[in-house]
Design a protein around this ligand. Structure first.
Ligand code: GLP
Length: 270
């Protein structure tokens, strides 16, 4: 299978790679990610690389590819420090719909990352402790020196992580800290099938803020399928607005690389 993109576009300095299908896009993005991890690790005396990880259906083939690179001896996570984007609230980490469960299943359980180097927001903290829990997550990331490599997907409504559309102006929408958010009806509808119906999807989530996301030194955005085409086009070609959180990425230009399949890129002009 060829890993050469069908088309490569640029938008505000960002590179947009378009592949025929999600498997080739995922393989190419995973190779890009692995190369970046290796390069960053080699530049540091302690070899530490701070990774921001995403969930959802989109990154599953990407994670499978990282696991394969690890199994073949091409990639180690022994020095990786991982911070995940989000978690439902409330949810138990043992719940198969939790992102704790997802990350263990798709990545952590299959690579050599030490357990104490993986960090997820905890959907089981008591209500009164949420504020401090989220502030501590942000403080830890700052103490690490920020995120080196951030993986992102995009929601049908343009959300990044669980940063849902907001009426805040672009600058304020770009500086949001990690916090508890209310899930958008579209997001709950999309998550409905795995929870056995939309009414069983938690109403809230804990979300890494737009501020630490946008401060990442490199961002890898994956989007596949026709259901994402509008969010992708509005993020890349529309105005910068909190109503389309993906559009906030326009502000960090060359730090972002988009990896799309043709369906997700269907509304982009050359
Ligand atoms: C989920 C996650 C996001 C993800 C997005 C798209 O709800 N919180 O991090 O990028 O929505 O999900 P999917 O990849 O399943 O389409």
């Amino acid at each position: 299978m060829s890993k050469t993109p069908v088309r490569t576009l640029t938008r505000q300095g960002a590179t947009v790679h378009i592949y025929p299908d999600k498997m080739t896009a995922s393989q190419a993005a995973a190779q890009f990610w692995a190369d970046a991890m290796t390069r960053i690790g080699e530049q540091r005396a302690d070899a530490k690389v701070v990774l921001g990880m995403a969930t959802g259906s989109t990154p599953i083939p990407f994670y499978a590819e990282l696991v394969d690179l690890h199994r073949r001896g091409h990639l180690s996570f022994a020095k990786a420090v991982i911070y995940n984007l989000d978690e439902y609230y409330p949810i138990s980490p043992l719940d198969p719909n939790s992102y704790h469960y997802y990350m263990h299943q798709h990545l952590f359980g299959q690579i050599d990352v030490p357990a104490n180097q993986t960090h997820l927001l905890d959907g089981s903290v008591p209500h009164w402790a949420i504020g401090e829990h989220c502030r501590q997550f942000d403080r830890w990331i700052v103490r690490e020196g920020g995120i080196d490599l951030q993986l992102l997907g995009i929601g049908r409504n343009g959300h990044i992580g669980f940063n849902e559309p907001t009426d805040l102006p672009g600058p304020a929408a770009s500086q949001l800290p990690t916090r508890r958010i209310t899930l958008h009806p579209v997001t709950r509808a999309d998550a409905g099938p795995s929870f056995g119906g939309r009414d069983h999807v938690p109403r809230h989530a804990l979300a890494l803020g737009t501020e630490p996301i946008l401060a990442a030194r490199q961002i890898v955005m994956l989007a596949f399928g026709t259901t994402k085409a509008e969010a992708v086009a509005r993020s890349l070609d529309g105005p910068i607005t909190g109503r389309v959180p993906g559009s906030l990425l326009q502000q960090v230009g060359p730090n972002v690389t988009w990896w799309l399949n043709s369906d997700a890129a269907a509304l982009l002009r050359d």
